[in-house]
Design a protein around this ligand. Structure first.
Ligand SMILES: *[C@@H]1O[C@H](CO)[C@@H](O)[C@H](O)[C@H]1NC(C)=O
Ligand SMILES: *[C@@H]1O[C@H](CO)[C@@H](O)[C@H](O)[C@H]1NC(C)=O
Ligand SMILES: *[C@@H]1O[C@H](CO)[C@@H](O)[C@H](O)[C@H]1NC(C)=O
Length: 206
């Protein structure tokens, strides 16, 4: 990936007004892979395409700050859009096409999604068998770091940064009152239900 200026992508985020639906297939949750369900939370208008503005809204909805959301959204799109846009939409708008999200899978991950975006229960269990030392059903922040290090593949800086960012944001938004990442919470990330729950919690807090 060419070196991107973060500021230019933030500017782009502010300038790009989400274009109207281009009809990449309606997404109502049926017939989607677990990975597609996971990302389609960010498809705010459920038109099958996620634009940076939608990712920004999604991050805000689960309780992330303006700053974190404004920095993460354009970076995530800069990374994923080239892999998940098959050329049917203008590249400059950084679209992520939900139907092709499995192509956006990166290295140094937990393997709990396979290359098709299906959930792999054994890999999910492995996370906790290998790294949940303090409590059998939860990860501490240090155990999370240990897991990320263990999954790190050689010469895969980009995948490793992506994994680290995902898990650190997850810890930030979904840790319990003791700072732990519960197994049930992590499971609900992989089945796609966590973000909807966080959004509901966030709303009822208000
Ligand atoms: C998905 O939603 C659209 C529009 O809301 C609706 O027309 C369609 O029947 C739904 N499809 C399924 C499979 O539920
Ligand atoms: C979620 O919580 C954050 C603060 O934690 C708040 O700024 C934001 O507006 C909330 N979002 C919604 C959709 O309630
Ligand atoms: C791109 O992918 C979408 C969603 O799968 C599909 O509807 C569309 O026909 C594809 N376009 C091209 C040019 O391959």
């Amino acid at each position: 990936m060419a070196k991107l200026s973060y500021t230019s992508y933030i500017l782009l985020l502010l300038l790009v007004v989400a274009p109207g639906s281009k009809g990449q297939g309606q997404n109502n949750g049926t017939d989607m892979t677990p990975l597609q369900k996971h990302v389609s939370f960010f498809d705010r208008n459920k038109d099958g395409v996620i634009y940076p503005t939608e990712t920004y809204e999604g991050f805000r909805a689960i309780g992330c700050s303006v700053a974190l959301s404004a920095v993460s959204a354009p970076l995530i799109h800069a990374f994923l859009s080239p892999k998940t846009n098959n050329g049917s939409l203008p590249a400059i708008t950084l679209p992520i096409i939900v139907a092709i999200i499995a192509k956006g899978k990166h290295g140094s991950d937990s393997g709990a999604y396979d290359t098709e975006g299906m959930f792999v229960p054994e890999k999910f269990e492995e996370i906790f068998q290998k790294h949940a030392h303090t409590n059998p059903d939860a990860l501490t922040s240090d155990e999370l770091k240990e897991m990320l290090k263990a999954n790190q593949q050689p010469n895969d800086r980009q995948g490793w940064i992506a994994s680290r960012t995902e898990w650190e944001i997850l810890l930030l938004v979904a840790k319990d009152k003791d700072g732990l990442l519960q197994k049930d919470t992590v499971r609900s990330v992989f089945d796609g239900s966590l973000f909807y729950k966080l959004e509901a919690d966030n709303k009822s807090l208000k």
